[in-house]
Design a binder for this molecule. Structure first.
Ligand code: FAQ
Length: 311
């Protein structure tokens, strides 16, 4: 029977059909999805912090409203993704526990500082830009609930990217000091955003299997190359300089080749030694603890409603 089920699963994947929660799936497929989707959800939730840092200091009421909406969108993305992961048999409590205990991964990118307003522009342009490049192909991921969650998330990410680009454009066309601030933020976020795509292909243990299962559709390096290619004309439109002086288009492979990437820095951030790792986790833990009464009240309310419904 297991053999039959495996054949049916393989046939669905071959035919580019979707796997749904009630379908049989190999354990390793389930585990891989739980890993990727929960990491992705945690990234959205931790990813609220670098920008939330600027909500109270946004330079105008309009900017404040836009930034608040963006940070709320990220909370929403986290919730869809936790829900998608729950369809695979893990609970929200388990995932939260893994995150606040420091046992779960979330994107390296959210462990960097946001010292200036221009960082809000650089995050929107570069971080959301990288997120879109990586996530548009995930709309076709073989697991139904993940792919469907991605569709809406990508639409919102496009708006996020535009708002970041527009912040940078305004600064780049402002006073010399504002332009310097924009360039400085881009210099600090450029390389970390390049690293978001994950390790190089020959050092990416999960890629081959995830691509065979059609969870990932392109390799880390393919997506990274596509992303930097997209940035080139946008740097020009902004009138800012690309920090990668060695960036070039390779005719033969049809790919953009970046200068050397500091993979030691990437590894240090993954190991918890990035500039903001401990603060991000501490903040998440405190928020979880101070929200305990809300969870208790909600559970008690649900219990009372159920009791009422019984009579
Ligand atoms: N950071 O074998 P691979 C956003 C880990 S966007 C930390 O290549 P895989 C929007 C990887 O987990 C950010 N860890 O792994 C937003 C694995 O470790 P493990 C979130 C990383 O899974 C914008 C190991 O290295 N987006 O949140 C990173 O095939 C602004 C080996 O790597 C997603 O999660 C990294 N950058 O490929 C929100 C997208 N890269 O688990 C707020 C979905 C790799 O074996 C504000 N995820 N690792 O211990 C993916 O597409 C994939 O999981 C990759 C990694 C491409 C990230």
């Amino acid at each position: 029977d297991e053999l039959d089920a495996q054949q049916q699963f393989d046939a669905l994947i071959d035919a580019d059909q979707r796997i749904e929660p009630r379908d049989w799936m190999p354990d390793a497929y389930r585990r891989t999805l739980i890993r990727q989707i929960s990491q992705h959800a945690h990234s959205e939730i931790i990813g609220m912090q670098p920008e939330a840092n600027w909500i109270t200091r946004a330079p105008s009421l309009k900017r404040k409203a836009i930034l608040m909406a963006k940070v709320q969108d990220e909370a929403g993305h986290g919730l869809y993704l936790y829900s998608a992961a729950q369809t695979l048999g893990i609970t929200r409590d388990e995932m939260t526990e893994q995150l606040i205990a420091g046992r779960a991964r979330y994107s390296s990118i959210f462990n960097y500082l946001t010292p200036t307003w221009a960082d809000m522009g650089a995050i929107g342009w570069l971080v959301d830009g990288a997120a879109i490049c990586n996530q548009v192909p995930l709309c076709r991921a073989s697991y139904g609930p993940y792919g469907r969650a991605m569709v809406r998330i990508c639409k919102e990410e496009s708006f996020h990217q535009r708002q970041g680009f527009e912040i940078l454009l305004e600064l780049a066309q402002g006073t010399p000091a504002q332009k310097r601030m924009a360039q400085d933020a881009v210099n600090r976020w450029y390389w970390p955003s390049i690293m978001m795509f994950g390790p190089p292909d020959d050092d990416s243990p999960n890629s081959a299997q995830s691509m065979a299962w059609k969870i990932k559709r392109f390799s880390n390096d393919e997506l990274r190359s596509r992303f930097v290619g997209m940035l080139v004309p946008q740097f020009e439109a902004l009138g800012l300089e690309c920090p990668d002086k060695d960036l070039r288009f390779d005719e033969e492979s049809g790919r953009w080749i970046t200068g050397p990437i500091d993979w030691d820095e990437f590894q240090a951030v993954l190991d918890g030694r990035g500039p903001m790792n401990s603060q991000r986790l501490r903040h998440r833990r405190e928020a979880h603890e101070s929200g305990a009464w809300v969870r208790e009240a909600a559970a008690e309310y649900a219990r009372k409603q159920q009791e009422k419904a019984r009579f």
